[in-house]
Design a protein around this ligand. Structure first.
Ligand SMILES: C[S@@+](CC[C@H](N)C(=O)[O-])C[C@H]1O[C@@H](n2cnc3c(N)ncnc32)[C@H](O)[C@@H]1O
Length: 295
């Protein structure tokens, strides 16, 4: 029976050559993406910035609505159609998107490492990446075997394929699917499929390709229950992240504990956090997670 650990963990990501959290404070953060620097809103950075003068190529200025809106203000020249970045062997395009992101989520880097650690030594592990966005996680997983990548956005899936090409991984066994995460997972259950590992990175609110409404609080319990049906006692992991929602990691840990109760292994939960560059860099939390691991 999978045990739920009550002690929260911090999964810490440090910067790497192409990404870093330079400074944070007063509700904003300064990050580097390759040779460009950006300022974005960050409500959890309530402390004071370490540096007085933030030099950036662009800043995302939020609208008055806390949940969305706003726009980029460009100070210096930034390639509007994107520029190439790397994480380990994966290559991908970074770009200023209208949703305040830059085309990939750097705080997921320790998750990509952790999943690969669970599959160490495997070259035929079947994994499922739900809400896979521009595919950096799928490229990371494809080192260990075939990947099924699902996202509702045609544009994101096209970008993910392009990133695979940039990485020289176009021939890796990755199925790139534009589909609704819930519908697809239910179909896989009916087909009797199994996976060695599943990652879910759902937004708070979203839409499937046919306008299906995704609301995290309603959609997550049945989706996690279906994910359980795609795992068995030989599977290695399930990883769930949740962000921008008022929810404790203990709550999503409890959800996994209920759904995966009849599997062996351990369920842990906590914060994903990025460490600022520099010797005494602070840890900035970005999301909560719950994860199941077996063996
Ligand atoms: C925050 S992103 C995931 C980030 C990604 N895992 C990464 O680390 O790069 C959320 C994604 O969910 C997708 N999405 C929203 N609603 C969906 C649905 N009902 N089914 C499938 N994907 C959905 C969006 O298109 C978006 O790409």
């Amino acid at each position: 029976m999978a045990d739920l650990s009550t002690q929260p963990l911090v999964m810490e990501g440090a910067g790497w050559a192409d990404y870093g959290l330079v400074d944070s404070g007063h509700g904003r953060k300064l990050e580097r993406y390759g040779k460009y620097r950006f300022i974005r809103p960050e409500p959890q950075a309530m402390w004071s910035p370490r540096q007085d003068d933030w030099q950036a190529h662009a800043e995302f200025v939020p609208g008055s609505d806390e949940d969305g809106g706003g726009r980029w203000q460009f100070g210096k020249d930034v390639p509007r159609d994107g520029w190439p970045l790397a994480w380990n062997e994966a290559r991908f395009t970074a770009q200023c998107t209208p949703f305040r992101h830059l085309g990939f989520f750097p705080d997921m880097a320790p998750v990509w490492d952790w999943m690969r650690g669970r599959l160490e030594g495997c070259d035929d592990a079947a994994t499922l990446n739900l809400f896979g966005y521009t595919g950096v996680g799928s490229l990371a997983l494809s080192q260990c075997g075939p990947v099924t990548h699902v996202d509702a956005s045609k544009k994101s899936v096209a970008q993910a394929r392009e990133n695979a090409g940039l990485s020289g991984m176009a021939d890796r066994p990755i199925r790139w699917l534009v589909d609704d995460a819930g519908k697809f997972t239910a179909r896989e259950v009916r087909r009797g499929k199994r996976y060695d590992g599943i990652i879910l990175d759902p937004p708070k609110f979203g839409r499937g390709p046919d306008g299906e409404v995704w609301r995290l609080e309603d959609g997550l319990p049945p989706l996690v229950a279906d994910c359980r049906r795609l795992l068995d006692a030989d599977s290695r992991f399930l990883f769930l992240t949740v962000y921008a929602v008022r929810m404790s990691s203990l709550a999503i840990g409890g959800l996994l504990a209920e759904a995966l109760a009849d599997l062996p292994g351990t369920i842990e939960h906590g914060d994903l956090a990025v460490r600022e560059d520099g010797p005494d860099g602070r840890l900035l939390p970005t999301a909560i997670f719950a994860r199941w691991r077996n063996g």
